[in-house]
Design a protein. Structure first.
Length: 498
């Protein structure tokens, strides 16, 4: 959730990389290494039409987000439609809480989606634009994967000179060399957005939490230059088999860990960020969902989750603050309320959500509408596994208990105009999500007694006639914890002073 690029402009590689402030902040609490693998500082390299010939089928996807994707080799007949793999967050509304448990099937895009293949830096004239016809499958529950049907057949793409990429039969071992082939949007200075190769070594396997999502058994590596736009990039083994898809990274992460664009690993010691680390969704075994030249997601050996046999809404907040008196999971059940589920809930590091032996007796969904969250600051899970379903993965709900006021300085930005002064405070969720303020004549405003009002997201324009002035401001994090109230002085010439 995170190479995420969106209105939040964060990482979710979520095509950009997926996504709360309840975890430790990056810095002293962060895990510094990936097993025995140090960060690989080798820069990525551009791929031209010769070096990148084998990877022309890795393309830039223009869908709900800008991501990377690749044409998947399914050993199809020439007349069969070509299929593209990418991340689920690239093609679905990840900004909704329900994205953590939804499975989307057979949807025609409302707007035109396209894929651009052969994005070589030295042959722009060879670029090939192919429309996306249908979203076959997408989910962010337990993994982050989407399958798209393209508007050209296998035979047509082969006739145009493209060769699909094949899935690996197994995952590499930690320490084995791996490659990422992708088209990141944020590239080294002076270079443009073309096909790139990143080389490093396979790291550990780990569960990952990012904002609202819980992803199982992710591949970690420390390749350099993974950034927005890298989501959906294939991760290749030494034999050029695809074993995973890049979906998020801690490269460039700032502020609170476990937030959107700032993923954390679930370890026995707690939920912690790991510096300069990329995460990728495993895709080995995906071919078992392809039966008799068609997708069969109900096949017993298919590793992908199916749609749940019930509908729910989660009305409890993504993060509870210190001022919250009663902390409860508030689950509203719609269709399928009579379903029985296995359930376990508690701190993330203590849960074994994929181990059915860790669950007690099944309960009615109706009895799970208000489950208390008992404990101190941290990340908490509520794991639900339908009793009657053949479901392969549990539904994992994520919330955060954040009892700490927002950290860091509030830094207003001042711009001076001939007749006014513009004052701007940029919200940076989750640590700085909103502000309240008061403005008054210099020397007449007491920030301890004044009533504050919400600061608009746009710049606050102050007439030159109103300066010098005093400015009081208080910040709030996403959980609702408040900072102290700060007072600034706006001088007659527009200078800002504490």
């Amino acid at each position: 959730m995170s190479v995420l690029k969106s209105q939040f402009q964060s990482l979710l590689l979520f095509g950009s990389l997926l996504l709360a402030q309840a975890c430790q902040t990056q810095g002293p609490g962060a895990l510094e290494s990936d097993g025995d693998q140090a960060e690989d500082l080798t820069p990525s390299r551009l791929l031209g039409k010769e070096a990148g010939h084998d990877f022309g089928a890795v393309g830039r996807l223009y869908a709900d987000m800008i991501c990377t994707g690749f044409w998947l080799d399914l050993q199809q007949e020439a007349q069969s439609p070509a299929m593209l793999l990418t991340n689920g967050h690239c093609v679905q509304d990840w900004n909704q809480r329900a994205s953590a448990w939804s499975v989307i099937r057979d949807v025609v895009p409302q707007q035109a989606w396209t894929v651009v293949f052969r994005v070589y830096h030295d042959a722009p004239e060879q670029q090939l634009i192919v429309p996306v016809k249908r979203l076959v499958y997408s989910t962010m529950r337990g993994l982050d994967l989407a399958i798209l049907e393209l508007g050209k057949s296998v035979g047509e793409l082969r006739a145009l000179g493209l060769q699909p990429l094949s899935l690996a039969t197994k995952s590499p071992r930690p320490g084995d060399p791996v490659r990422i082939i992708g088209i990141p949007e944020e590239v080294p200075e002076g270079q443009k957005q073309f096909l790139r190769e990143h080389r490093c070594r396979e790291g550990r396997r780990t569960d990952v939490i990012e904002w609202n999502w819980y992803w199982f058994d992710m591949h970690a590596n420390r390749c350099a230059d993974v950034a927005n736009g890298s989501s959906g990039s294939p991760l290749l083994d030494a034999d050029q088999g695809v074993f995973a898809l890049i979906n998020t990274t801690t490269h460039g992460s700032q502020g609170s860990a476990c937030a959107l664009g700032q993923p954390c690993e679930v370890t026995a010691q707690g939920v912690q960020p790991r510096t300069a680390t990329n995460y990728a969704v495993n895709v080995t075994g995906l071919e078992r969902c392809w039966k008799k030249s068609a997708w069969n997601f109900r096949a017993k050996d298919c590793p992908l989750p199916e749609a749940l046999p019930f509908t729910i809404e989660l009305s409890s907040p993504i993060a509870f603050s210190a001022k919250t008196q009663a902390r409860n999971w508030l689950i509203e059940v719609g269709a399928g309320a009579e379903e029985m589920v296995w359930q376990q809930a508690g701190r993330a590091e203590l849960m074994r959500c994929r181990d059915k032996k860790a669950y007690g007796n099944p309960k009615s969904l109706r009895k799970l509408s208000k489950v208390p969250i008992v404990g101190e600051e941290g990340v908490y899970l509520n794991c639900l596994w339908p009793e009657r379903s053949s479901e392969r993965l549990p539904l994992v709900l994520v919330t955060h208990v954040d009892l700490t006021p927002p950290q860091g300085d509030i830094k207003p930005e001042i711009t001076v105009f001939p007749d006014s002064v513009s004052l701007m405070l940029e919200a940076k969720p989750p640590e700085w999500s909103s502000f309240r303020y008061a403005l008054g004549r210099a020397g007449r405003l007491d920030c301890r007694k004044v009533s504050l009002k919400s600061l608009p997201p746009r710049a606050l324009r102050i007439s030159k006639k109103e300066v010098p002035a005093s400015f009081c401001v208080q910040g709030f994090d996403q959980a609702g914890n408040a900072s102290g109230i700060l007072q600034f002085h706006i001088a007659a010439d527009g200078r800002l002073e504490r």
